[in-house]
Design a protein around this ligand. Structure first.
Ligand code: HAS
Length: 560
């Protein structure tokens, strides 16, 4: 379909800006593995200290890239499936708020004034611009939801009995989750953190953490749902088959609306201020949020099996051999399937985390980054970078630069993540902490080992990190190589979409938002009222502000 120049421009910038910043984000990812393996002293390199680099890595990759992409992909899905365009003014206001917000936060991080990590918990204190920047990114990303809701209502009036397109349902569910969960973090930033960072007030650390995690776990589904839209709507078609059940997709998406938010306390199982009962309840709800992913696993596996059978496969697992893994003209398949394979392990390790007793073993160890690199750096990252290249190339009418390299990238990345996460999780199980390099390195200046058990684990993570870095740099070459080519094809907005094998009749419950929104609100109130009550009434000691030194003092020298 042909779209306006303005929409094209917004989408191109929303894709291009975070991919440019990604160069910095990925570089700092590699540096983490190098520091942790003990090969470099961070303060000696580019004058960026460990926590500053880790903050840049987390904020650019997990907040900026994901949010910009979700908005760009949302514009594309809403326009393509509803056959109408977003409001120009709203699009540009949202875009500029996000860009200004990113600029403020980036300045604070690069100047070494906000080395507070992507979770920005107090008492780590950042420059007010960091918090203001984050708030602007969030507010900017709210605007499209209201405009898309208008587009949806218009479409609904014209099509009262048609099922809402799955991609539109997914986009709206995702941004409703995002809107509700970011209300908590907006409160945390504007009412608690900003005045505290300016020295105007004390802070209740437990309340700040609880509000952060109200947002923080839903955030991971905000990252995930664009990938799920691609799995349900596009992957079966790309595989050469059909979506096994349309209804399964609808149920899964609505279940995310119910369970994404009231589970944040599973990040606080070790926080003493929050009571056992509420931890138990939110632990149970966490198992609830795995259900839509299990539905997805079975539905997508069935869809892929159908595609394999259509391609002539034989036997129980023969379909796996028949899929178009290396088809350069159909490269999105490679990006999506590599992400799905990683998510099998990312999901299973999530279930380990959700168990209260096992959580005691792995909390705050390097197991955790092992888990989340197989989720956010798995299906999420691969879907984002693959779709960024796809959308850009289609909408600009350009051919993909180095198509054979492009189709290898996701598998190279997948191998890197599998090695990297194995190293981290193995290390975590034998006590290797996350988010620290013990003052630079696990090795002392004479290269005598502090903890010999962590040498193979950090080396494995380093090897995986190097492979991931190479894959990411190849992506940068392909993405910008495509941008700098001359347009030769027709420039259109075109997204692949699958027919359904079981195209069930329209069931009003799975075509309306109201009953789900009401249930969502009830569960959130039940799950979060006692947690917030505990946080307010049992805050623990007030925390003094703490700004990490830049560079972090060398603990080894201090010891001597
Ligand atoms: Fe998690 C911590 C529990 C999913 C990200 N998680 C984190 C953190 C991040 C994160 C970033 O309960 C760290 C936060 C921090 O900085 O402290 N997580 C879960 C559970 C799930 C889960 C139960 N997490 C995710 C996703 C993420 C993500 C998705 C990002 C996108 N997580 C936790 C817990 C913690 C946690 C605790 C806190 C730990 C602590 O102590 O700090 C579930 O949603 C997972 C369900 C998934 C599945 C897998 C389904 C498999 C599919 C693939 C099928 C494959 C096919 C291909 C069809 C059940 C869909 C077949 C074809 C072939 C050819 C083979």
């Amino acid at each position: 379909m042909q779209v306006s120049r303005s929409l094209k421009k917004v989408i191109f910038w929303l894709l291009g800006i975070p991919v440019t910043l990604l160069i910095l984000g990925i570089y700092h990812g590699l540096m983490q593995t190098i520091y942790r393996a003990g090969f470099l002293n961070d303060s000696s390199f580019l004058k960026i200290e460990y926590f500053q680099g880790l903050t840049l890595h987390g904020v650019i990759n997990a907040i900026v890239l994901t949010t910009f992409f979700a908005v760009a992909f949302g514009h594309a899905c809403m326009t393509f499936f509803l056959k109408r365009e977003p409001n120009k003014k709203a699009m540009w206001i949202s875009f500029w708020l996000m860009v200004i917000g990113t600029g403020l936060a980036a300045w604070a991080m690069l100047a070494g004034k906000a080395s507070v990590l992507y979770t920005f918990y107090p008492p780590l204190k950042g420059h007010p611009f960091f918090y203001l920047g984050t708030a602007l990114i969030i507010v900017g990303s709210w605007i499209p939801l209201f405009d898309w809701a208008r587009m949806y209502r218009e479409w609904r009036r014209e099509n009262p009995t048609t099922k809402i397109p799955l991609a539109v349902l997914g986009t709206l569910v995702n941004f409703i989750i995002w809107f509700v969960c970011t209300l908590a973090v907006a409160y945390e930033v504007l009412v608690l953190l900003l005045p505290w960072s300016m020295g105007m007030a004390d802070i209740n650390v437990t309340l700040a953490r609880t509000l952060f995690w109200f947002f923080g776990h839903a955030l991971v589904y905000f990252w995930l749902l664009p990938a799920y839209i691609m799995f349900y709507v596009m992957l079966p078609k790309l595989a050469g088959g059909k979506l096994y059940s349309d209804l399964a997709g609808r149920i899964a998406l609505f279940l995310f609306l119910l369970f994404s938010i009231p589970v944040g306390v599973h990040h606080q199982f070790s926080d003493p201020s929050i009571g056992q009962n509420i931890k138990f309840f939110q632990g149970l709800l966490t198992y609830g949020v795995t259900i839509p992913s299990f539905i997805t696993a079975f539905t997508i596996a069935a869809s892929l099996e159908y595609a394999g059978v259509k391609r002539g496969s034989k036997g129980l697992f023969g379909w796996m051999k028949k899929l178009p893994y290396l088809d350069t003209n159909n490269f999105m398949f490679a990006y999506l399937i590599a992400g799905l394979i990683l998510f099998i392990f990312g999901g299973l390790t999530g279930i380990v985390n959700a168990s209260y007793s096992l959580n005691n073993v792995i909390h705050n160890t390097s197991w955790l980054p092992g888990h989340f690199h197989m989720t956010v750096a798995g299906p999420v990252f691969l879907a984002i970078i693959g779709m960024s290249t796809y959308l850009y190339a289609k909408m600009s009418g350009k051919k993909i630069f180095l198509p054979k390299v492009n189709v290898i990238i996701p598998y190279l990345w997948m191998i890197g993540v599998l090695i990297f996460s194995t190293g981290l999780m193995w290390g975590g199980l034998i006590g290797e902490p996350r988010r620290t390099n013990l003052g630079m390195t696990y090795l002392n200046p004479k290269h005598e080992l502090f903890t010999p058990e962590w040498v193979p684990t950090t080396m494995l993570a380093l090897l995986g990190g190097i492979i991931m870095f190479i894959a990411a740099m190849l992506f940068i070459v392909v993405f910008f190589g495509t941008i700098f080519r001359k347009s030769k094809l027709e420039a259109v907005l075109e997204l692949p979409y699958s027919e359904a094998y079981h195209d069930e009749k329209r069931i009003p419950l799975f075509d309306r938002f109201k009953p789900w929104l009401v249930t969502m609100a009830i569960i959130i109130v039940i799950a979060y009222t006692p947690a917030l009550y505990d946080a307010v009434t049992n805050p623990g000691p007030k925390a003094p502000r703490f700004t990490p030194a830049n560079p972090v003092p060398d603990l080894l020298k201090i010891k001597k």
